[in-house]
Design a protein around this ligand. Structure first.
Ligand SMILES: *[C@@H]1O[C@H](CO)[C@@H](O)[C@H](O)[C@H]1NC(C)=O
Length: 363
């Protein structure tokens, strides 16, 4: 079942990208551009963010936010626990395969990185990270600023490998995604006292939006021209965030996520209009309503369980706390794998929707 989903996703998504690109190519040709430049090329995929897209950057860190042991990865090729926070692949892998670039998007940090992977992209994402610099400290994750520093280091390594000119091509033809904010809200603002003491919720959301915009602009200044900004999911619906004993989503956390998403959408529009780096494209990609739809219409997507995680549902049913625990026997019935993270099946449905909805804004 899981492998069927994967095949289905990459095939569909790829076809869709091809359909999308065709009219663009025709348009460019009609305007007299040489045919060769009429084709939009994607050289590489780069992923910044938190555990939603971390494929194992935290493996050698002293942190609770890691997933390189069973039952994580039970449905990953070979059944290996790579550090991905799910039973199988995570969205970065699905983006890379959807664009026809490669099957998996590897972590940048670690001894397993193959040099041959550098020119087609890597993930800098780190479980526990956020746009607020304070969020990564208790999680000992790589902060959003730290991830940008890794990107600078990556560029130097790529230059040493393929030279200046080819590096410039890879960087400018790459497609970049960022996914953070869940930890800023769920594990910082709503859990720890400091930020709540400093900010009420709307002002904290404004602070996060400003941090996210600054992050996006810095990435843009570093050479990223096409940036997909993925919003905050309905974190109030994660099993760990629900009111104890209730199957309902926690409303305040969901409202905070929606408020952030609404504001950042406007900022993304503004960035597109202002174009501080000419030729840049920014797109807001919605994970909130796309995931919520699975939670509200589970039968439509073939899910049976929306409230519980396959590995458990309390805050202690994720990351190192479930080391060597048993997973549920029927993971494909579940939207959530652990108490925070969706299953591979849920991710693949959401990513396929993103390809269909607004990936063309980045082309
Ligand atoms: C974002 O950058 C602006 C301009 O440099 C600065 O004034 C603002 O404080 C920054 N926002 C955050 C949250 O750091």
């Amino acid at each position: 079942m899981a492998s069927l989903c994967r095949g289905h996703l990459s095939g569909q998504a790829l076809l869709f990208v091809q359909l999308l690109l065709l009219p663009v190519a025709l348009l460019l040709c009609a305007h007299g551009a040489p045919a060769a430049t009429g084709k939009i090329k994607i050289s590489a995929v780069f992923m910044f963010g938190d555990s939603i897209v971390d494929p194992g950057n935290n493996n050698n860190r002293l942190t609770e936010a890691k997933a390189d042991f069973p039952p994580y990865g039970q449905d990953f090729p070979g059944g290996v626990a790579t550090g991905r926070f799910s039973n199988g692949k995570v969205p970065g892998d699905m983006f890379a395969s959807g664009f026809g670039i490669k099957k998996l998007l590897p972590p940048y940090i670690g001894d397993d990185l193959q040099l041959s992977d550098l020119p087609t992209g890597v993930a800098f994402a780190s479980g526990g990270s956020g746009y607020d610099p304070l969020t990564s400290i208790p999680a000992t994750a790589t902060s959003s600023t730290g991830q940008l520093e890794l990107f600078l280091e990556y560029k130097e390594r790529l230059k040493a490998l393929v030279g200046e000119e080819e590096t410039a091509r890879v960087i400018s033809e790459g497609i970049y995604f960022t996914v953070m904010g869940s930890n800023d809200l769920a594990n910082n603002y709503f859990l720890l006292p400091l930020r709540r003491h400093q900010y009420d919720l709307p002002s904290y959301v404004n602070f996060l939006v400003s941090s996210a915009v600054n992050f996006t602009m810095k990435l843009n200044e570093m050479g990223a021209r096409r940036i997909g900004f993925i919003g905050i999911p309905p974190i109030g619906c994660c099993p760990s965030q629900k009111v104890l004993g209730s199957r309902e989503c926690e409303p305040l956390r969901n409202q905070a996520a929606q408020l952030f998403n609404t504001k950042i959408t406007k900022e993304i529009h503004r960035l597109n209009e202002e174009q501080s780096v000419p030729g840049s494209k920014f797109a807001y990609l919605d994970i909130y309503y796309n995931l919520l739809d699975l939670i509200q219409r589970p039968q439509f997507y073939g899910f049976k369980e929306v409230a519980e995680g396959c590995c458990g549902s309390t805050v202690l049913n994720a990351a190192i706390f479930i080391k060597y625990h048993h997973a549920c026997p029927n993971v494909n019935d579940y939207i959530f794998w652990d108490s925070f993270h969706p299953t591979e099946k849920a991710y693949s449905i959401v990513v396929e929707k993103l390809f269909q909805q607004n990936m063309h804004d980045l082309m």
